[in-house]
Design a protein around this ligand. Structure first.
Ligand code: ADP
Ligand code: MG
Length: 312
């Protein structure tokens, strides 16, 4: 049963609207879907949680009185990678999964606490915690059957996205920025090595990094990740995603010096290649900015593009 009327955050509404009829149907069917999941999983659904951009997330309580969290994602991407990664991780570096329904893009998870994003600590401290948590998450075994056609490798996909969206959106950033992003994409694609690839998180930003409510094995940093994409890539990809953020800091200061400082910290904490992290970070900054603009989230996307102009 559900205690609350379904309320979607603005940004989730826009994401769904962007999908056209499929998104509209998803929004219309959501109350019924949540009711159904509540019945199937014997949970009571409580108030919604904010912080995501592509899902309905709400507190829940299991039949035996345990706190849990329900997530139903907008049917935009394949949800199988998320479920498979959480199952394989079994709580190590990631949230524990209590139930899942891949076809309906739904999971029931262990309840976690405060996001790293909301902690009043420096970017340097957040970067250190993200790196410790990532190093744990990267230990999730690579499933034997999981492989990747080099043509489906992440850098190529991002290059295509940047190219397409830059044209479709009428050149919302400078050509210099786009050329730099595409050059880096080519270099990352050329460097791709399936043997060195790991199951990466794919979007390890501080809002996807949550405190565990009680210390437990697998959460040695005190935090675990939610919301993994879980695909094969070089681990420097995840660090590039971490470097992509910090727009307020970059826009308020000496952007290149600060970004290189964060990049050096990411390399130092993990022993991974600083130049590779830099290139992924720039490519992610530009592709994320364009992607957010493409579904009308300008307030989200513009700072990424503005900061990219300062770094090119
Ligand atoms: N297991 C959980 N416990 C507590 N809060 C959660 C949990 N899972 C998600 N959240 C909250 O909901 C937000 C959105 O969840 P997330 O899985 O990241 O969805 P999205 O795909 O929309 O980003 C998170 O940023 C976090 O604040
Ligand atoms: Mg998220």
């Amino acid at each position: 049963m559900t205690d609350q009327a379904i309320q979607l955050q603005d940004v989730v509404q826009r994401k769904a609207a962007h999908l056209g009829v499929r998104g509209e149907e998803w929004v219309a069917g959501l109350p019924g879907l949540v009711e159904d999941l509540a019945r199937t999983w014997s949970i009571t659904v409580g108030p919604p949680l904010s912080g995501g951009t592509t899902s309905y997330v709400a507190q829940a309580r299991t039949a035996d009185g345990q706190n849990a969290v329900l997530k139903v994602a907008v049917p935009e991407h394949d949800f199988g990678g998320q479920v498979r990664t959480l199952l394989d991780a079994d709580g190590h570096g990631y949230v524990r999964l209590l139930a899942h329904d891949i076809d309906r893009h739904a999971i029931l998870m262990e309840a976690l606490g405060q996001p790293l994003e909301d902690l009043d600590v420096s970017p340097e401290d957040k970067i250190a915690t993200l790196c410790t948590t990532l190093r744990r998450a990267w230990q999730v075994p690579r499933p034997p059957g999981l492989t990747l056609d080099p043509a489906g490798e992440k850098a190529r996909g991002l290059a295509e996205l940047v190219n397409t969206l830059w044209e479709r959106l009428g050149h919302p950033c400078s050509e210099r920025v786009v050329v730099q992003a595409l050059t880096y994409a080519e270099r990352r694609a050329a460097a791709f090595d399936l043997d060195r690839a790991l199951v990466v998180h794919g979007d390890p930003h501080p809002a996807n990094t949550l405190r565990v409510l009680t210390p437990r094995p697998g959460a040695e940093s005190g935090f675990v990740f939610v919301d993994p994409d879980g695909f094969l890539a070089d681990p420097t990809y995840d660090l590039g995603v971490v470097l992509r953020d910090w727009c307020p800091q970059l826009l308020a200061g000496d952007a290149p010096a600060l970004a290189h400082h964060y990049c050096a910290l990411l390399a130092g904490h993990t022993g991974l290649d600083e130049q590779a992290i830099w290139e992924w970070g720039f490519l992610e900054r530009v592709s994320t900015g364009l992607y957010a603009l493409s579904f009308g989230a300008d307030e989200l996307g513009q700072p990424y593009l503005d900061s990219a102009e300062l770094l090119v």
